[in-house]
Design a protein around this ligand. Structure first.
Ligand code: MSP
Length: 662
C-alpha cells in the first residue's frame, strides 16, 4: 500500500576530489528546503546525501597527492559535513560509498543480477571520460581538440581510448519496459523537456553498459571476480537504496527500506539526467524494485558565463559567502534568483541587491516597524481580535490564506523560485497595508484599530515566517521569536495555514539588531572591475578613482597612465595551491591559486623553464585578476602571475590571500 505520510528525498552524492563550492551547495540547499517544507506539511522525512568516493577520478586525484585513496577522501569528507552543518542542512544520513553497509548492499544487488542472467563478461572498446566517469562513444560529429583527441560531449575535456575486459549489464533488454514507463509516468522528470531528451536517446536504441573496471582498484570488488571493481556509477546510484537499508540482513534495516522506498524526489543536475532517467530505472527494474516518483532536474550555477566547477577555476567558496552575507541570505538568493530548471549566473551584486531589497527593506523593516510601534504604544502582548472591523484587514486575511494556497501549489511542483516570488508579492502587500492604515496615527486616534492593524500584521508575519522557514531556518526562527512564536515540526502546518484562523496572541520583544544586516552599498556597475570581487574590493577601486583628474595631454605625450587607469588593474595576493606542467607545452604551468575570500582560480603561467611545479606550490604571489580569461593549449587562464627578474613578486611578509595591492 502506498505510504503517503512518508517523504524520501535525495541529493546526488558528490565527488570528494575538491571542497564543496556554490555549485554543489545549490542542490543540497534545494533538497534541504524541500525536506523541511515536507516536514511542515506533516510528513515523516528522510533526507539522504553523501559522497561518491570510489573510481578512477578519485584514485587519480589521490595518486597525485601520494595518499592512499581512503586517506585522501577521509581528508576531504569533513569539508562537506562542516559546510552542511554551517548551512543548516538537516540531512538524515550522510552516506559515503566507502561505508561498509553500502558496499554490502551493492554486492547484494550485483549478485542478484548475476543470478538472473542480467550480467555477462565481454570487452569494452571505446572511450572514457575520467572527470565525468563515463563510457563514451564517438562519431563524425564529435568535437576534437587541437591535438586530435576526441572531446567529451558533456564536459568538453579529452576522452581516453579504452580497451578493457568488463562485465556488462543487459540494459538493452529494458528498452521497451523503460519506454512504457515514461509513457505511463509523464511527470517522472521535471522539467518535462528533460524527459524528451531522454526519450529520444532511448528510442535511438540502448546498448548494454559496462558495470566493472579492471584497471581501477579503488572500488568495491566485483562479486565473483575480485580482479574487477564495480564501475563507479553502478556503485554510486545504489546509494539511494543502501542509504535506507537495502541489501542488509537485519530485519529492522529491511523494514526501514520497505518503509522509505521508493524515493519521492531525487534532486539532480541536468548533466547527470541520463544516468538517473535511464540506467537508474533499468537497474531498479532488474532488481524488481519500484521506481522513484520524481527526478527534479536543476540547471547550473554559472560564474563568468560557465558552469561553476573546480576544473574551470571559477568556483566561489560558500564558507566565505556565509561569513560575508550570512547563511540564510545565501540560501535565499540561490533559491530565489535562479529558476530551478534553468542555468543562472551567480553575481555578488545580485546577492547584495536581494539582501538590501527583499530581505532588509521588505521583510526586516516590516518586522522592526511593527515591533517598534507595538512596544512604543504599550502593546507588548497582542491578542488577535475575535472579529476584524476594517475591510482592509479582512481583505488582508483573505490574501494571507490565498498566498498559502499559491505557495503550497508552487512548492508541490518544486518550483521554489515562483513560490518565493508569490510570497514576496504578499510581503509587499502587507507593507502597503501598514503604509495605508498608518498605525502611528491610529495609536493616537483609534486604539482598537491600532491593535487590529498590529495583530493583523503579526498574523501575516507568523504565516510568512512558517512558509519561509524551510528556506531561511535560522532567520525565520529569530523573526518568529520576536513576535513570541516558534516553528514546531510536529505541527501539521498544512492544516493550520489553510485554516488561517488568526486567533494567536503574540508577545513582542525588542529586536537587538535588524533581522538582516545590509551589506555595504555597492558601486555602480560601470565602476565594477569584476563580478568576482565583493563589495569592499569594488569600493576600494571606486574610492581610489574618486577625485582623480587625469591630465590627458601629458598622459598622451608619454607612456604615463592616469591613476584611474592603474586602478582598473586588480592586483591581488594569492597562494599557489597546486601546480603542474601543461602536457605538450614547454613553457606553461597550470596553477590553482587561492585568493582567500575571493575564491580560487586556474591561472596559466609561461614560466615552466624557470620554475618546477614544486618551486611554486605553497608560494604566495601577486596576480592580475581582472585580465580577460584566455585559452591556452585548450585550458582557460583566469589571470596572470607577476614575476620580476626570475623571481615571484610577493609581499615581504605573509599577507592575507585576497588582499589588494594598492
Ligand atoms: N558523483 C556524481 C553523482 C552521483 S549520484 C549517484 C557527480 N558528482 S559531482 O560532484 O560532480 O556533482 C554532483 C552534483 O552537483 C550534480 O548534480 C551537479 O549537477 C551538481 N553541480 C556541480 N556543479 C554545479 C554547478 N555549477 N551548478 C549546479 N549544480 C552543479 O556528478
Amino acid at each position: 500500500m502506498m505510504n503517503t505520510k512518508k517523504f524520501y528525498i535525495t541529493t546526488p552524492i558528490y565527488y570528494p576530489n575538491a571542497k564543496p563550492h556554490v555549485g554543489t551547495l545549490y542542490p543540497t540547499v534545494i533538497a534541504d528546503t524541500i525536506a523541511r517544507w515536507q516536514k511542515l506539511m506533516g510528513k515523516n522525512v528522510f533526507f539522504l546525501t553523501g559522497l561518491d568516493e570510489h573510481g578512477q577520478k578519485i584514485q587519480d586525484a589521490a595518486n597525485a597527492t601520494g595518499m592512499a585513496p581512503k586517506t585522501y577522501v577521509d581528508g576531504i569528507a569533513p569539508s562537506y559535513t562542516n559546510l552542511w552543518e554551517r548551512y543548516n542542512i538537516a540531512y538524515s544520513r550522510f552516506l559515503r560509498t566507502s561505508d561498509a553497509d553500502h558496499e554490502r548492499g551493492v554486492v547484494a544487488w550485483i549478485e542478484q543480477m548475476i543470478k538472473q542472467g542480467d550480467i555477462y563478461k565481454s570487452t569494452y572498446i571505446g572511450y572514457y571520460c575520467t572527470p565525468d566517469e563515463t563510457f563514451d562513444t564517438v562519431n563524425t560529429e564529435t568535437a576534437k581538440d587541437e591535438k586530435g583527441n576526441y572531446l567529451c560531449p558533456e564536459c568538453n575535456r579529452p576522452l581516453r581510448e579504452l580497451e578493457e575486459e568488463s562485465y556488462f549489464f543487459r540494459l538493452s533488454a529494458y528498452q521497451d519496459q523503460l519506454l512504457k514507463f515514461y509513457e505511463e509516468h509523464p511527470d517522472f522528470v521535471t522539467p518535462k523537456e528533460r524527459l524528451n531528451e531522454v526519450l529520444s536517446f532511448v528510442k535511438g536504441g540502448l546498448k548494454d553498459v559496462s558495470i566493472s573496471r579492471k584497471t581501477v582498484s579503488w572500488g568495491i570488488p566485483f562479486p565473483g571476480d575480485p580482479t574487477h571493481t564495480v564501475y563507479v556509477w553502478a556503485d554510486a546510484l545504489n546509494n539511494y537504496l543502501t542509504g535506507i537499508g537495502y541489501g542488509q540482513k537485519e530485519a529492522d534495516k529491511l523494514a526501514q527500506f520497505a518503509y522509505w522506498w521508493p524515493a519521492d524526489v531525487q534532486v539532480i543536475g541536468k548533466e547527470i539526467a541520463r544516468f538517473h532517467a535511464i540506467y537508474w530505472p533499468a537497474f531498479l527494474m532488474a532488481a524488481n524494485l519500484a521506481l522513484p516518483k520524481k527526478l527534479l532536474v536543476h540547471g547550473w550555477i554559472l560564474a563568468s558565463g560557465k558552469k561553476m566547477s573546480k576544473s574551470l577555476g571559477n568556483v566561489i567558496d560558500p564558507e566565505q559567502l556565509a561569513t560575508w552575507y550570512g547563511v540564510d541570505a545565501v540560501r535565499y538568493y540561490l533559491l530565489r534568483q535562479m529558476p530551478i530548471n534553468q542555468d543562472g549566473s551567480f553575481e555578488l551584486k545580485d546577492l547584495e541587491d536581494r539582501i538590501n531589497g527583499d530581505l532588509a527593506n521588505n521583510l526586516g523593516n516590516l518586522l522592526s516597524r511593527i515591533s517598534t510601534l507595538a512596544l512604543a504604544n504599550g502593546l507588548a502582548t497582542v491578542p488577535s481580535p475575535t472579529q476584524l472591523e476594517s475591510a482592509t484587514s479582512i481583505a488582508l486575511k483573505e490574501r494571507c490564506e490565498e498566498t498559502f494556497r499559491l505557495y503550497l501549489d508552487e512548492m508541490n511542483k518544486y518550483s521554489l523560485h515562483t513560490a518565493l516570488s508569490c510570497l514576496w508579492k504578499f510581503i509587499s502587500e502587507v507593507n502597503a497595508y501598514v503604509q495605508t492604515q498608518k498605525p502611528w496615527e491610529l495609536a493616537k486616534t483609534n486604539k482598537d484599530l491600532f491593535a487590529e492593524v498590529i495583530a493583523s500584521t503579526c498574523n501575516c508575519l507568523h504565516a510568512i515566517g512558517v512558509m519561509l522557514w524551510p528556506v531561511m531556518p535560522h532567520k525565520m526562527e529569530l523573526m518568529l521569536k520576536a513576535i513570541g512564536q516558534t516553528v514546531d515540526t510536529t505541527t501539521n502546518y498544512e492544516q493550520s495555514l489553510r485554516a488561517n484562523r488568526w486567533n494567536t496572541t503574540f508577545s513582542i520583544t525588542k529586536l537587538e539588531q535588524p533581522l538582516f544586516l545590509r551589506p555595504e552599498t555597492h558601486v555602480t556597475p560601470a565602476e565594477t572591475p569584476s563580478a568576482f570581487a565583493p563589495t569592499e574590493l569594488r569600493r576600494d577601486v571606486a574610492a581610489s578613482t574618486a577625485g582623480a583628474v587625469p591630465n590627458q595631454s601629458t598622459a598622451a605625450e608619454s607612456n604615463e597612465i592616469a591613476i584611474e587607469d592603474f586602478a582598473k588593474v586588480e592586483l591581488i595576493v594569492g597562494t599557489v595551491e597546486q601546480c603542474e606542467p601543461v602536457p605538450n607545452s614547454e613553457k606553461l604551468l597550470k596553477l590553482q591559486v587561492d585568493f582567500g575570500p575571493l575564491g580560487k582560480r586556474q591561472i596559466l603561467s609561461g614560466v615552466a623553464q624557470l620554475f618546477k611545479p614544486e618551486d611554486l606550490i605553497g608560494k604566495q604571489g601577486v596576480f592580475v585578476t581582472n585580465l580577460k580569461p584566455r585559452k591556452m593549449m585548450g585550458l582557460m587562464s583566469h589571470g596572470m602571475m607577476l614575476f620580476a627578474d626570475n623571481q615571484v613578486v610577493c609581499p615581504r611578509n605573509a599577507a592575507q590571500n585576497g588582499a589588494r595591492v594598492k
